[in-house]
Design a protein around this ligand. Sequence first.
Ligand code: CTP
Length: 150
Amino acid sequence: MTTVITYGTFDLMHIGHLNLLERLAAMGDELIVAVSTDEFNQVKGKHSLFSYEERARLVGALACVDKVIPEHNWQQKEQDVKAYQVDIFGIGNDWQGKFDHLPCEVVYLERTPTISTTQLKRSLSQIDPEAIRQIKQGLDGVLNIVKALE
Ligand code: CTP
């Protein structure tokens, strides 16, 4: 039985997250994902749009994820590796070399290019609210037509 673990915020779940989690799951039999709590995100200087509970539920709903645990601080990785009898710690290569000291195999996977939560937040903040209102109005109109045809 090979146990793999990873850590992250996983806000605004995107294809880069899924690619990483699927590749990690393929390395073993069980994938544990430690999702950063809202309090720990503050320590990291991150503000997530979705709460810990929401992010943890979304990650836990993925077929490739077996278990979700909270990540409360930087130090817990060492204890987790022992407590969960972890064989492989894996994370994106934006963290290259940062976790080499952990008492298990450590792998850094290439990030999926051109997507990140930061990038998504930036794009979302540039959308004109009036454009969103018009898109919604258009969609409501289509829904009404579909309902009338039913
Ligand atoms: N990740 C990845 N490819 C991406 C984005 C993220 O492989 N394009 C990986 C990260 O390397 C990390 C995990 O997904 O191992 C969780 O990363 P997280 O920081 O939650 O996501 P980011 O999109 O990198 O968020 P941010 O822009 O806030 O750093």
